[in-house]
Design a protein around this ligand. Structure first.
Ligand SMILES: [Zn+2]
Length: 191
């Protein structure tokens, strides 16, 4: 496969309960940001592939651990026409205000949805793949995505933020995913 072809393909999304999803991702160092490279990845290229993967899967956001990379980077697009791509490295969420409960899902936990209470507005601060500072105010849907994706960088899945009743409802779906994961791991060991 040529490099050009590879770049145009979406990345494989890691599924629950892969342990990388509950691991805290590390921050990129100033030296890595200056070089635009970390863990053998070109940050600009990687971000573009993350965006491609997110759009391809019809997601609102995607965090690096969801494609098997334990670095503090996420991409998102909360716009109506899906034409406002965002890449945030080493994100910080500041000045949270208001609370809003809404249904949520996750590309790494297919077919599982549940209501999560999140802050309604906040400020997102971080760095872009060129090392330039990024800062914007996020409200409603985008604020929700920013919190969901930043949670991923801390190894926190939205299912742990659900109330007892919602958690009970998704129990069997989670068990199915856990069984599928086990089968896959056993298959991997054999080959
Ligand atoms: Zn998610």
């Amino acid at each position: 496969m040529s490099d050009a072809k590879k770049k145009a393909e979406p990345l494989r999304i890691v599924l629950y309960p892969d342990p990388i999803l509950t691991k805290k991702a590390r921050a990129l160092t100033p030296a890595e940001l200056k070089a635009g490279k970390a863990d053998g990845l070109d940050l600009r290229e990687f971000s573009q592939r993350m965006l491609l993967t997110m759009y391809d899967a019809d997601g609102l956001g995607l965090a690096a651990p969801q494609v098997g990379v334990s670095l503090r980077l996420w991409v998102a697009d909360g716009s109506e026409h899906r034409d406002h791509p965002l890449v945030v490295i080493n994100p910080e969420l500041l000045d949270p205000s208001g609370k809003l409960e809404m249904e949520e899902g996750c590309l790494s936990i297919p077919e599982v949805r549940g209501k999560v209470k999140r802050f309604q507005t906040l400020k997102v601060r971080g760095v872009d793949p060129d090392g330039n500072p990024v800062e914007f105010v996020a409200a409603d849907l985008l604020a929700r995505v920013a919190q969901h994706e930043t949670d991923h960088l801390d190894g926190v899945l939205f299912i742990t933020r659900l109330g007892t009743a919602s958690r009970f409802l998704i129990r069997s779906k989670l068990r199915t995913l856990e069984e599928e994961y086990e089968v896959m791991q056993r298959r991997k060991k054999k080959t």
